[in-house]
Every structure is written in structure tokens, then in C-alpha cells.
Design a binder for this molecule. Structure first.
Ligand code: GLN
Length: 482
């Protein structure tokens, strides 16, 4: 519907051709026209208009404003927003109105970005298709019979449909990159600890990362620069100054060494996806990059390790939803035990309950060593694989997901098939690394994603390579038919 880049919108705003209020009204109208996608859980039209008016007033008063001032966007409904309901895709939090803003929310608000509201997501960010939302599935704008990916499916669909130029997301095992790939947009998962998790509802705390979904790497860089940095309220936030990546986008790629991870091109990769990824790699080579074969020998253990560690942490994080302090409370309890168990049985959906059971089991006294401890050792091996590979290359590349977007319902009854959709993304979280998914053209009419992975804190290198590729190609400009 509207693929204007953020730089173009910012130029329009600065020149007075458009006001922030006009941009907000246009985005709200697009959201209404695209309501059938179900990409939003809540639209806060009044909040958006008053934020836009505030930016317009500042501009009229002659203030120098940041690049994001007046740009409409949306937050994944996992970020706490003061005074605006935050459900995390769950019935458990249907009526939860946070008394505070997440750090990411604060940062974007102080940069003047105008939030339209909260996007749909898999419940507690558990899923790869957005079918686990208590507020209904989201449709992929490229084919509404298909999933947008998950768990940041609402954010990805809203950007791909042109409702907003960017949206926030979170990525615990691929939830920014895989929906970006399925929806034909660009998604950046930063280094663990680079963006504060303060006010971001916890799924698996040692893996959770906040990031951004946008049309291009250049737009991702603007948003990343606004949200990255130390926050004393998150004990895992890294006290290291964030470099301004937007200023480093243009560097030539000559001599950049890109490792082609052979494990990422296994038999499960759909032929069309493999072709598109190879085409993108050839383009990077034409731009001066050197392609090198690398191996990540423990890659095939990543899914198993992730689906022990993530549920283990989730089972602990989700223990707080007990029907007593906040969240859903059953009306049918006859005892305290029933208050806990019925509140949780009524409030949590099937996949969340499955993860709590798996995680509790893996952490139990008799099985801790066999599952949780073993998974942590595998996690170390996976991180070591990346460290060894990065001794010889600057970036590692492969398909973001092995397939294009699958059909709604296709994997919904088969948890293991669903988990396999994350085969190329979860290892990155286990190792805490930054990665980006970029559109690499269409396979069978649907977007295919290229994933680039970098060493910790090398977001600038990732965004630079992605931006140079996007300057030379038009895959990121392809849009679904209205
Ligand atoms: N699909 C993965 C899961 O269900 C990843 C989700 C995420 O990154 N939040 O856990």
C-alpha cells in the first residue's frame, strides 16, 4: 500500500510537505483497510494522534528533531505500554494495563516515533506461525491463506502490508527473522544484551532480544540506533557504548568474507529458497564479498537444545501468573490450589501449557542433568562452532527459514514440524549473536529470506552488508498485491 522509506517520510516531514498528524491518520486508515489481516490486537488512535500533534507542535516551534520524529509504527504486544493494554497474545493478560513503559517504548517515544498500537503475536512469543495467539491467527499479506511466521507475525504483516514503515519485535529463537523472511521484509535481531529487556514480557530470559522489522536495512539501522544502549534496569544489558550504525551503512564490501554454512543448506531446504539465497550470495560476491565454505558441526543439535532451554526458562518465568497478583483469575476456585490451577488452565493456551510442562519436567530433580544440563553443554558447543567459524570469516550466511510461508493450519497440529521451522534461527540465540533476515526474491510467488549472522556487537557490519545488497537489488521493494 505504501512503501515509502523512513528517510523519505522524514524528508517530507522536515520540508513541511506532510505533518506527523497526516502520516498517523493515513497509517490508521491503512490499518483499518487491512483489518482482515488481524495484524493488530489493539489500535490506539487517540494516543497516536496526540503523539503526532506533539511532534508537529515541536517542529512548528523550530525544534531540531530526530529522524524518527513523526514516523508512525507499531509495537509488538509483548512490550509494556503505560496505560495501554499489553496482552502478550494471551488470555492471561487480556486486562493487563501496565503502569510503566518498556525501555524500547520509552526510547522510541522520546525519539518522537508515533505508535499506532500493539501488534498480534503468538502467545508469550511461543510459536513460528502466529497461530498460537489468543486473539486469532494473522494472515500473510502475500497470500492470506498462509501464515506470516511467528512469533512477531503481526509486526511482520503490518510492515509487509504497508500499514507502518517499521514495527518492533522480539526474537528468542527466530521470531523477528522468520516472520521477516515469510513476509518479504527486513528483520534485525541484535546481540543479546544490546537492547534492554526492561518492560519486555519474559519468555526465555537468556535468549530474548528486542529488535526491529522494517522494509530495508537502512530503516532498521535508524530504529536500532534509537533503541540500542545500556540500561541499568536490565541486569543483562551490556555497558558498552552503542555505535551509530546508520552512519556506517555505505562502506564498500570489498574483501568482506562471508562464510556459507553448509549445514544450513541441507535436504530440508525447499529448492526455490536455496536458489534465491544462492542468487543473493552471488550478488554479494559481485559487490566484492569473498564467499568461503564454513562448517557449524553442532548445528543439527540446536533445535533439541533450544527446545529444552527455552521451555525450562519459560516454566520459571511464567510461574508468576498465578491468578493472585495480576492476570486472569478463575471464577470457579473452591480452594487456593484450585485458584492457581484453574487460573492457569483457563488463562494459558495449549502451546504455552505444553512448554510449561516440558520445561518443568526438564528442570525436575531426576531429569535436570539428563536434559537441562546437557542442553546447556550443547549450547556451549554451538557457541564454540560460531567462534571457530568467525576466526576466518566476517559474516555467516544461509536461508533464514528452510521454506517459504506455509499454509494456515498446515503444521498447527504437529508441534515437532512447527519447531523444525526454526532450524536455522535458534542457534543464533543460543550463541547470543546478532543476525538479520533480508528479502532474497520470490520462490513460487512467496518471499524467501537470506540470513546473515555476525559476531557479537557487529550489528554495523550486518547492516552495512545488507544495505549494500539492497542498494544493488530490488527484492526488498517487492510488495504483495493489494
Ligand atoms: N519459534 C520459536 C519458539 O516458539 C521462537 C520464538 C521466538 O523467537 N520468540 O520458541
Amino acid at each position: 500500500m505504501s512503501a515509502a522509506s523512513m528517510a523519505a517520510l522524514a524528508a517530507d516531514l522536515a520540508a513541511g510537505r506532510r505533518s506527523a498528524l497526516q502520516l498517523a491518520d493515513d497509517a490508521l486508515a491503512r490499518a483499518e483497510r487491512a483489518a482482515a489481516l488481524n495484524s493488530f490486537i489493539r489500535i490506539d488512535a487517540d494516543g497516536a494522534r496526540s503523539a503526532a500533534r506533539a511532534v508537529d507542535a515541536q517542529r512548528a516551534a523550530g525544534a531540531a528533531l530526530p529522524a524518527l520524529a513523526g514516523i508512525p509504527f507499531a509495537h509488538k504486544d509483548i512490550f509494556c505500554t503505560r496505560g495501554v493494554a499489553t496482552t502478550c497474545g494471551s488470555r492471561m493478560l487480556r486486562d493487563f494495563v501496565p503502569p510503566y513503559d518498556a525501555q524500547v517504548v520509552e526510547r522510541l517515544a522520546s525519539a518522537g516515533a508515533v505508535s499506532l498500537g500493539k501488534t498480534n503475536m503468538d502467545e508469550f512469543a511461543m510459536g513460528s506461525s502466529n497461530e498460537n495467539s489468543a486473539y486469532g491467527a494473522v494472515a500473510n499479506p502475500w497470500d492470506t491463506a498462509r501464515v506470516p511466521g511467528g512469533s512477531s507475525g503481526g509486526s511482520a504483516a503490518a510492515v509487509a502490508a504497508g500499514i507502518v514503515p517499521f514495527a518492533t519485535g522480539t526474537d528468542t529463537g527466530g521470531s523477528i527473522r522468520q516472520p521477516a523472511a515469510f513476509c518479504g521484509i527486513t528483520g534485525l535481531k541484535p546481540t543479546y544484551g544490546r537492547v534492554s529487556r526492561y518492560g519486555m514480557i519474559a519468555y526465555a530470559s537468556s535468549l530474548d532480544c528486542a529488535g526491529v522489522l522494517a522494509r530495508s536495512a537502512a530503516d532498521c539501522a535508524i530504529v536500532f540506533d534509537a533503541i540500542a544502549g545500556f540500561d541499568p534496569r536490565d541486569a543483562t544489558s551490556v555497558a558498552r557504548p552503542a555505535e551509530a550504525t546508520a552512519a556506517l551503512l555505505e562502506q564498500p564490501l570489498a574483501g568482506l568474507r562471508i562464510g556459507i554454512a553448509r549445514e544450513y543448506f541441507g535436504s530440508g531446504v525447499q529448492a526455490g529458497v536455496g536458489e534465491r539465497v544462492h542468487a543473493a550470495l552471488r550478488e554479494l560476491e559481485r559487490l566484492g564479498a569473498v564467499l568461503v565454505d564454513v562448517s557449524l558441526p553442532n548445528a543439527h543439535h540446536a533445535i533439541a537444545a533450544y527446545y529444552v532451554i527455552a521451555p525450562a526458562e519459560a516454566s520459571s518465568n511464567l510461574a508468576r501468573y498465578d491468578g493472585v497478583r495480576y492476570g486472569h483469575r478463575t471464577a470457579h476456585a473452591r480452594s487456593l490450589d484450585e485458584l492457581y490451577s484453574l487460573s492457569r488452565a483457563e488463562g494459558f493456551g495449549a502451546e504455552v501449557q505444553r512448554r510449561i510442562l516440558v520445561g518443568t519436567y526438564a528442570l525436575s530433580a531426576g531429569y535436570y542433568d539428563a536434559y537441562y544440563l546437557r542442553a546447556q553443554k550443547v549450547r556451549r558447543l554451538i557457541a564454540n562452532d560460531f567462534a571457530a567459524a568467525f576466526a576466518g570469516v566476517d559474516l555467516i550466511a544461509g536461508p533464514t527459514a528452510p521454506t517459504t510461508a506455509f499454509r494456515l493450519g498446515e503444521k498447527a497440529g504437529d508441534a515437532l514440524a512447527m519447531y523444525a521451522a526454526d532450524v536455522n534461527t535458534v542457534a543464533v540465540n543460543l550463541a547470543g549473536l546478532p543476525a538479520i533476515s533480508l528479502p532474497a526474491g520470490l520462490a513460487g510467488g512467496l518471499p524467501a529470506g537470506l540470513q546473515l549472522i555476525a559476531p557479537a556487537f557487529a550489528e554495523a557490519r550486518l547492516l552495512n552488508a545488507a544495505h549494500r545488497l539492497q542498494l544493488a537489488t530490488d527484492w526488498h521493494l517487492q510488495e504483495p498485491a493489494a
